[in-house]
Design a protein around this ligand. Structure first.
Ligand SMILES: NC(=O)c1ccc[n+]([C@@H]2O[C@H](COP(=O)([O-])OP(=O)(O)OC[C@H]3O[C@@H](n4cnc5c(N)ncnc54)[C@H](OP(=O)(O)O)[C@@H]3O)[C@@H](O)[C@H]2O)c1
Length: 208
């Protein structure tokens, strides 16, 4: 099973995911929007063990890539470098950050399908998007712990879903597959599951 993770975006979410993943024994490669030197010190302090690299190098070294940057910035991603990669889309459309964007706010499609369209050669799975970063940080627990919280996953390929299930479990959460990539719509801002910090049974009800 894959143990090499690239995290694109070292803000609130990317920092917490990098922390959880390094603690879980993953090799973690982190990239921000600029040169790695800009974030190297923060990475070494906030996610010891993770390595700051240029985005293309982080992607090349990883089996799975997590997108933890503002959604509107996905158009700056190096799609060629991400070809053939399993890409985990943790992003949400948030107009205060992303601006008013007609394409991203179009209710006829999920934002993850738009990301998949842009990264046409990658395999996109949506996950780690609905829970606030502070809850991700505070609620990570070993499998079987009482009141373990759940993270929803939406994707099209069963093998990729298996890999993301394993990752979510390793990070400290019960994985819940909710359907194909288009089902990621149920996790977006404004939907009942957005912000959910609940166990698996309750999460099932929120996405029903
Ligand atoms: N915060 C949460 O609780 C939470 C929870 C679930 C999902 N999310 C989603 O996760 C994404 C990130 O949220 P956040 O709260 O972590 O935002 P944030 O704190 O503002 O961090 C975003 C980071 O992305 C970086 N970035 C921008 N363009 C990039 C690029 N092309 N390549 C790599 N990194 C890039 C930014 O770096 P620069 O400053 O250098 O531009 C910044 O460090 C959003 O889509 C959000 O909806 C957030």
């Amino acid at each position: 099973m894959s143990r090499r993770l690239a995290v694109l975006g070292f803000g609130k979410l990317g920092t917490v995911i990098s922390q959880l993943a390094t603690k879980a024994g993953y090799e973690v490669f982190v990239a921000g929007s600029g040169e790695p030197e800009k974030i190297a010190l923060s990475v070494s302090v906030l996610a010891p063990g993770a390595i700051a690299l240029p985005a293309r190098d982080a992607i090349a070294r990883a089996d799975m890539v997590i997108l933890a940057l503002p959604l509107s910035k996905h158009r700056n991603l190096p799609a060629d470098a991400l070809a053939e990669k399993l890409v985990i889309d943790a992003m949400n459309y948030w107009w205060e950050v992303d601006g008013h964007d007609e394409q991203l706010s179009n209710p006829s499609t999920s934002s993850s399908e738009l990301v998949q369209e842009f990264l046409s050669e990658s395999r996109v799975v949506k996950a780690l998007s609905h829970m606030g970063y502070h809850h991700l940080l505070d609620e990570a627990k070993a499998p079987g712990s009482p009141d373990r919280k759940a993270i929803a996953i939406a994707g099209d390929d069963p093998t990729d879903l298996d890999k993301v299930v394993q990752l979510v479990d390793d990070l400290g959460f019960d994985p819940l597959i909710i359907g194909r990539l288009a089902s990621g719509r149920k996790l977006e801002p404004g939907q009942p599951a957005f912000g959910a910090n609940v166990d698996k049974e309750n999460l099932k009800q929120l996405v029903a």
